[in-house]
Design a binder for this molecule. Sequence first.
Ligand code: MEV
Length: 407
Amino acid sequence: MPLDKKFYKMSRQERLDTLKPSAESRQIFENMALNPEVANNLTENQISEFEIPLAVCFIKVDGKDFTVPMATEEPSVIAAANNGAKLADNFSILKNDRLMSGQIVFHDVQDSQALSTTIVAQRKQIFELALTSYPSIYKRGGGLIDYTCHSYEDWLSVDFSFDTRDAMGANMINTMLEAIANYFRGIFPNEKILFAILTNENCQCTTTVECRIPIEKIGLEVAKNIVKASDYAQVDSARAATHNKGILNGVEAVVLATGNDSRGAVAAIYAGADPHKGFSQWRVNNDNSELIGEITLSLPIATAGGATHVLPKAIAAHELLKNPDAKQLAAIIASIGLANNLAALKALVTKGIQAGHMSLQARSLALSVGARGQEIDQLTEALKKADHLNAETARKLLEAIKNPSVS
Ligand code: MEV
């Protein structure tokens, strides 16, 4: 498409003029709730905004009740989160570490032992550089915590850990790393630096939560089958992927609603765990009195910085949560993930997943074929009784609702 003005430099109206969507789509794109300045500055080439429903889950974490906002387009996610949260009653925090990481990588290193010894000896200068390159994080009580070196073939990585307080800290980490990398360039003129960047392998930023369900609440047979289903996710990667998807259903919905970096969270979760095994484990205790679930997730979650306090809905979401700090929010998110997992496993080993999903799926199918107003309830009910739950059936049934005399 030949453009006489660069697309990213255009106003939103000019971009839409250039793209020429249909009149109907144009109106949909034009209709925005977000402040145009905020939207335009949060992304490049911005043409509109994207809405998805925001719902809540009520959950108790470490004895405190939270109303957790969740943004998702999948109808059953919220029902599952609330079912699991209710069944478990409380989620206890077993571990909650929060340090972020970054690395400076050298390549074509001749003597990595000598290089790492010199870098380790530069501790005072490196800590000073971290402070002078990003003083504001030190004012908030954070900053560079430690660094070590590791080598692989002729690469050498200097691995840093940072306390970024309640922020995810991408900008501050990258700023500090680039300042330190420039210092290295000066003191090691013969060495080559390949890059300096944070790592999304946040192994020092992990949260473990546990829940205990009294057996009388769930029945021993169901509890044992939940354990078997969870054990199976440890040995079959095909099942692990689905087991973990159910966990991510809840995790991602909260990450999104709180304006967090959803890609960073998923990258960290997968980097911090064996991706071919279930992220959670379930067991029944020795005297068969409790079903116990545990999950450990790397969660580089923020309650400050990034979009967390720019997007109005994210600000309101944090307020609904009573403005937890980043560690608390990570524990809430891990608990929601475990709640979703519990509800999914229970449904799977009892009545199956479709029974609970049916009515929600019928409703979203009704919407997708254009039912509006009273038609939504009518079509949902008709679909629940239909032999096949698909768009073709939905369209035919909607037609019959719209034109009762024809059918
Ligand atoms: C569907 O979104 C998630 C489930 O498939 C998870 C699972 O199977 O554990 C129900």
